[in-house]
Design a protein around this ligand. Structure first.
Ligand code: NAD
Length: 294
């Protein structure tokens, strides 16, 4: 299989590209290296095309599957127009490449579009768009739905992904990354008052599996989460357990109170039924594996 991974130098894209290559697939990465870094690709042997997918670029030869991960991913990116324009035009270009090359298209969407809607969140429930980033992802999902009968297209609405190779995202890296880094350096972890906000945290290795399952799954747009939500207070207890520490949270005011997601939790029934995907990593197990290498 010859695959293209856009955003392959980024967090999820690099994990996916390296996994595919280890499985013997040929992988071509397209990335503009804005948030992605070559350091994420140590050991990668395939072709790397440095290009912006929102503009003109070419991938020569046949392509069987495109995994489109490239996007402006920081929800607090300073330029809303740029987030919407680049994410949408990138997707349009990838869509036309998939049509031209008769390739399957698996792309990254986001659970941020559920805002503070009722949990567990179902794919078709009403959306609450707090940021230009989530707007761009919903626009992409709506566009993708128009192509469901024309090509094999699967959108994956990731919940909160964490794991190796996320550090270059800086402030947009996961809470698990930031909390574990603070705690490993002996500091009290800082969280927004009173730590009872809940998130569905999914390990990046499970996300990679979801992408692979999507190759032969039923076209559509699906949640990619564990179905379990964990409060930040409980998360800190889990990180303490894995580090053998007993650091207490320090509660700080939340400057984003109005637009902060209070509870994310995936309803995973459609994903299980139509993609045959269910997350396999329990949160404590994934944290144990991950925090060692931070
Ligand atoms: N990490 C999460 O928790 C999460 C949650 C929901 C959705 N997602 C989505 O998953 C995808 C991957 O996210 P990530 O966490 O790996 O972020 P990331 O920022 O690490 O990766 C994005 C990659 O895309 C590249 N890129 C950005 N715009 C580009 C463009 N126009 N052309 C070419 N390359 C471009 C960046 O350089 C980077 O390597 C994104 O689409 C993101 O919106 C991630």
């Amino acid at each position: 299989m010859r695959c293209v991974v856009t955003g392959g130098a980024g967090f999820i894209g690099s994990n996916l590209a390296l996994h595919l290559e280890n499985e013997g697939e040929e992988v071509v990465i397209v990335d503009n290296f804005k948030t992605g870094k070559e350091e994420n690709l140590a050991g990668f042997r395939g072709e790397i095309i440095k290009a912006d997918v929102s503009g003109k670029f070419d991938v020569n030869g046949k392509v069987d599957v495109i995994f489109h991960q490239a996007a402006i991913t920081d929800p607090r990116h300073e330029n809303d127009d740029e987030t919407i324009r680049d994410n949408l035009s990138g997707f349009r270009n990838i869509l036309s490449m998939a049509m031209d090359k008769k390739a399957k298209l698996i792309y990254a969407s986001s659970a941020s579009m559920y805002g503070n809607g009722p949990a567990p969140q179902k794919e078709d429930q009403e959306k609450e768009l707090f940021t230009a980033y989530s707007k761009s992802k919903l626009m992409i999902d709506n566009l993708a739905k128009e192509y469901l009968r024309k090509i094999h297209i699967v959108g994956l609405r990731y919940f909160n992904v964490f794991g190796p190779r996320e550090k270059y995202k800086g402030r947009a890296a996961s809470m698990i990354y930031h909390l574990a880094r603070q705690m490993k350096s002996g500091k009290n972890p800082r969280i927004f008052k009173m730590g009872e906000q809940r998130r569905d945290h999914i390990y990046v290795k499970d996300c990679v599996t979801a992408n692979i399952k999507a190759i032969n799954g039923e076209p559509g747009v699906y949640n990619v989460g564990t179905g379990i939500c964990t409060s930040f207070n409980d998360l800190i207890a889990m990180i303490n357990k894995s580090l053998g520490t007993n650091l207490k949270p320090e509660y700080i005011d939340n400057p984003y109170e109005k637009t902060y997601q209070k509870n994310t939790q995936a309803d995973t029934s459609k994903t299980e039924k139509h993609l045959g995907f269910k997350a396999r990593y329990g949160l404590q197990k994934a944290i144990n594996e991950y925090v060692v290498e931070l």
